[in-house]
Design a protein around this ligand. Structure first.
Ligand code: AR6
Length: 167
C-alpha cells in the first residue's frame, strides 16, 4: 500500500478511479470538475444526470468515458463557511466515502485532487491534514485499494500536502 503526493493534472492519471471535487448537482462546474468533464466528454454529463445529485460528503460513481481512468468518483466537498458548520467532518466524509466506493468497485489505484480547497475555500493546510490523515487511516484496512495519489495542480497545494505528510 502506498500514498503519494505529486504535482500534476488529475485528468491524465492512468488509475482505476479519479475523484472529482464536484458540487451537489453533479452537473459540472469550473475548476477540476470542469477539467474532468472536458476530458471525459459529454457522456460523463449524461451519466451524471441519471444520478440526481449527491449530498455534501457523500460520493457517487460513473465510468471514466474518454479519460484514462476507468471510473470517476464524484464527491461534493463542503463549502467553507467559517468552520462552525461541520466543514472538517464533511471533508473527512468526502475522502472516506470516495475511498469506500473505490473499494466496493475493486479499484486498486485512486487519484484525488485537493477537495474543497479551491473555489470552496476550505483552508489549505487544514484541508491537506484531513486528506492525508483520512487516506492513511483508510489504507491500513483496505483490501482492494492499494495506491492512492494526491494530485496537486499548483505549487502551493503541493507544498501544503508535503508538509501535511511530515507531521
Ligand atoms: N487536476 C488536479 N487538481 C486540479 C485541476 C486538475 N486538472 N484543476 C484544478 N485543480 P476546485 P472545490 C485543483 O475549485 O474547491 C467546481 O466549480 C485546484 O487548484 O476545483 O472542491 C465544482 O463544480 C484546487 O487545488 O474544487 C464546485 O462547484 C483543487 O483542484 C466547486 O468548484 C480544488 O479546487 C468545488 O470547489
Amino acid at each position: 500500500m502506498a500514498f503519494e503526493v505529486i504535482r500534476g493534472d488529475v485528468t491524465t492519471m492512468p488509475v482505476d478511479a479519479i475523484v472529482n471535487a464536484a458540487n451537489t448537482t453533479l452537473l459540472g462546474g469550473g475548476g477540476v470538475d470542469g477539467a474532468i468533464h472536458r476530458a471525459a466528454g459529454p457522456e460523463l454529463l449524461a451519466a451524471c444526470r441519471l444520478l440526481h445529485g449527491c449530498k455534501t460528503g457523500e460520493a457517487k460513481i460513473t465510468p471514466g468515458f474518454k479519460l484514462p481512468a476507468k471510473f470517476v468518483i464524484h464527491t461534493p466537498g463542503p463549502i467553507w463557511r467559517g468552520g462552525q458548520h461541520h466543514e472538517a467532518e464533511l471533508l473527512r466524509n468526502s475522502y472516506q466515502n470516495s475511498l469506500r466506493l473505490a473499494e466496493e468497485n475493486h479499484c486498486g489505484s485512486v487519484a484525488f485532487p485537493s477537495i474543497s480547497t479551491g473555489v470552496y475555500r476550505f483552508p489549505l493546510q487544514a484541508g491537506a491534514k484531513i486528506a492525508v490523515t483520512t487516506i492513511n487511516e483508510f489504507l491500513k484496512t483496505a483490501q482492494n485499494v492499494k495506491d492512492v495519489t494526491m494530485v496537486c495542480f499548483d505549487e502551493e497545494t503541493y507544498q501544503a500536502y508535503v508538509e501535511a505528510q511530515k507531521v
